[in-house]
Design a protein around this ligand. Structure first.
Ligand code: COI
Length: 354
């Protein structure tokens, strides 16, 4: 597969940001990868200057939401090499989302080769300061102009890059979570397990209301009984109750997180008692009352491992581990990061060195 590279002129390159104040997702690099789909085929990928798209106002993604995305990160190791964490798994998951949304699948190997080219070109944008990374956002949208509700025939796949710091303002410090009984994120048979834009649009109102009450994120319960824990706005969730590490199963309505999967793998290999099972919010609050709730933490690419310090549900607030980061969350954070930055052996072959 040929990749066309149209490099930006030297005087068009942006100034690099202060790596200690990156925030999340508001700074973009000099180049992007673009690949159009038409007539049943993906065209040749093009790497070009980061720029606006020209879209027909009737582009179907704008009306009916055929839009999917992924999130992964590039890490700068101590050896100055760039490391990627499970990148092909992200692209494979994108194909699952594409399938669910009646969008065309990509060729994982070819797209990964093009992504690596883009990253080689943008290597200088991968931050060096600890905790900062280059966030990679592969996206696909329906571009065909049309108001009929059906799968589009034209799409655009693109990858943009953003140097980022921690996703939450709290950094790795515990976040506070509001458990909503009023809204649901996804229903059985819906698109909850696809990484599609509409899932995030649907979550915003609950997040805004939670933030007004002083909480960082929303915890979603199942849509039928509003009883069982599903996931948090931008991450999967784990509980440590007694000696059991629990996370809700991939029931079809939650996102199959790669960090979730990596945490399951690590904790099982450490010999912990890890189970994927339904867990009701009442069980969590009962465990908090009787002193067996030891830890709660979220997992996600953007969020990494994010300890939860407090949960609010129906007017009751439970503190988790006195609002402090738990031992398991800390160990997972440290070990995952060390694997991601190429600082420790990677027995799982998760890491790709550029
Ligand atoms: C990620 O963790 O990469 C996500 O996609 C969550 C996000 C919407 C910031």
């Amino acid at each position: 597969m040929d990749i066309t590279i149209e490099q930006a002129a030297e005087d068009e390159l942006k100034e690099k940001p202060d790596e200690n104040n990156l925030g999340f997702g508001s700074i973009f690099t000099d180049h992007m990868l673009v690949m159009a789909y038409d007539d049943g085929h993906w065209q040749q990928p093009v790497i070009k200057k980061y720029q606006n798209f020209s879209l027909d106002p009737a582009a179907m993604a704008l009306h009916y939401g055929q839009a999917i995305f992924e999130g992964l990160k590039a890490y700068r190791g101590k050896d100055d090499r760039i490391y990627l964490f499970r990148p092909q798994d992200n692209l494979r998951r994108m194909n699952k989302s594409a399938h669910r949304m009646c969008m065309p699948e990509i060729n994982v190997d070819e797209v990964f080769a093009a992504l690596q080219e883009l990253l080689r070109l943008e290597k200088a944008w991968v931050p060096s300061v600890s905790g900062a990374t280059l966030y990679i956002r592969p996206t696909m949208i329906a571009t065909e102009a049309g108001l009929g509700v059906r799968p589009a025939r034209q799409y655009l796949f693109f990858v943009i890059l953003s140097p980022v710091g921690a996703y939450y303002p709290e950094g790795f410090n515990p976040v506070t979570i509001f458990v909503t009984e009023k809204y649901v994120r996804a229903v059985p048979g819906g698109v909850g397990n696809a990484k599609t834009a509409g899932n995030y649009a649907a979550s915003i109102m609950a997040a805004v209301e939670a933030q007004k009450l002083g909480y960082t994120q929303v915890l979603w319960l199942d849509a039928i009984e509003r009883k069982y824990v599903e996931e948090v706005g931008t991450m999967n969730i784990f509980f440590v109750i007694g000696d059991e590490v629990i996370t809700p199963p991939l029931s079809g309505s939650i996102l199959p997180g790669l960090t979730r999967d990596s945490v399951l793998r690590l904790t099982r290999d450490w010999g912990l008692n890890v189970v994927e099972r339904r867990i009701s919010i009442d069980e969590v609050f009962t465990a908090a009352d009787n002193g067996t709730l030891r830890e709660v933490f979220g997992t996600g690419t953007a969020a990494v491992i994010s300890p939860v310090g407090a949960l609010s549900y129906k007017g009751n607030v439970c503190q988790v581990n006195s609002g402090k980061t738990g031992e398991l969350a800390q160990r997972l954070f440290d070990e995952l990061q060390e694997i991601q930055y190429g600082l420790r052996p990677d027995p799982y072959n998760w890491v790709v060195k550029l």
